[in-house]
Design a protein around this ligand. Structure first.
Ligand code: SAM
Ligand code: SF4
Length: 322
């Protein structure tokens, strides 16, 4: 099992398969995707090698992410290979959902277990303003279909003071009769968004207090759960998750590692740089990649320094998948 010097175990891999995106979210790619050099994204055989090496080392959950992963034509093949990797029990996908109704049946058929869809506002005009895409209705239809197909659905909303911070109740009303976990994510500072961060960051803690005052109860965490604090309420079918990366001890339960779309291992979302593992993928020695992963993990730090404005090498989260 992959374990670091602080005793944290890594059973969750976030695998980015592209850094290209077709949205221009204010906090991520406000000027849209800028291609400054030719990208050489991981191929299907490389992804197969990576997923089986991680599975050998105890990883049981893979999240496919991006950029926008559904822009890759071979996404169905990638989902299927992850699902078919011995040892992998859960395959999830994070997507902006721009063509969700067209794609979701094929993804479910390939064995996908769950999706996270990003929706920062349920008001179509505000959604358009934040993302640059007039796609809310399509995405909502796709979510209904995903629920029909039996997929677990989470919706991510990034909290921003002047955009959606007053809309929390609208989201709560929406999940009253829907089996959706709605996750409020505190805006994170990245290399590119310092000005926006300064104006728009809203802390999640007061929202947590309001939820508790209004009958929401904090749920115990599953062993392979992410950093979200999850809440349920007897009158609501849906659940609420709060992701508060600036809170004390956020990193203490870190259970994930990240691979970038160009084959770099990132020990933290805010690490200075990724560690190239591509040469080990192609080694003839079956155990070399596993061995390297174990040894590279030795450099994982106890925590990030986001609260001091240190964002490492991460210019925006499309680089790595959030
Ligand atoms: N394009 C896909 C999407 O938007 O769902 C997957 C990649 S996106 C980088 C993954 C998640 O990161 C999204 O839920 C997005 O809202 C979130 N995200 C991006 N930049 C962020 C930031 N600066 N702070 C907090 N969350 C952010
Ligand atoms: Fe694209 Fe996702 Fe970033 Fe929005 S958050 S720009 S959809 S990668």
């Amino acid at each position: 099992m992959l374990e670091d010097k602080f005793g944290r175990r890594f059973h969750y891999l976030r695998l980015s398969i592209t850094d290209v995106c077709n949205f221009s979210c204010e906090y991520c790619l406000p000027d849209g995707y800028q291609c400054d050099s030719k990208r050489n994204f991981l191929t299907v055989p490389e992804i197969t090698r990576i997923t089986s090496a991680f599975a050998q080392l105890g990883t049981s959950k893979i999240r496919i992410t991006g950029g926008e992963p559904s822009l890759r034509k071979d996404l169905v093949e990638i989902i299927r290979l992850c699902v078919n990797t011995p040892g992998i029990e859960h395959v999830a996908l994070t997507t902006n959902g721009y063509r969700l109704p067209e794609h979701i049946d094929a993804w479910a058929e390939a064995g996908l277990h769950s999706i996270n869809v990003s929706i920062d506002s349920l008001d179509p005009r505000m959604f358009h303003r934040i993302t640059g895409a007039d796609k809310l209705d399509t995405i909502l239809k796709g979510i209904d279909r995903a629920i029909e197909l039996g997929l677990k659905v989470k919706v991510n909303g990034v909290l921003m003071r002047q955009y959606n911070a007053n809309d929390v109740n609208t989201f709560l009303d929406w999940i009253k009769d829907k089996p959706i976990t709605f996750r409020l994510i505190e805006l994170m500072q990245t290399g590119d968004n310092a000005t926006l961060f300064g104006k728009q960051h809203v802390a999640g803690e007061p929202i947590k207090q309001r939820l508790l005052e209004n009958g929401w109860a904090l749920q115990p965490k599953a062993f392979n759960a992410g950093p979200a604090q999850e809440f349920s309420h007897p009158d609501y079918l849906g659940q609420v998750g709060l992701i508060m990366p600036y809170s004390k001890d956020f990193c203490a339960t870190c259970n994930r590692l990240r691979i970038s779309a160009t084959g770099k291992l990132h020990l933290c979302l805010f690490a200075d740089h990724g560690l190239d593992i591509r040469s080990f993928i192609h080694s003839n020695n079956d155990y070399e990649l596993e061995h390297q992963l174990e040894s590279l993990l030795g450099d994982k730090q106890a925590t990030h320094w986001l609260d001091q404005g240190y964002t490492g090498g991460t210019k925006h989260l499309a680089m790595l998948g959030g």
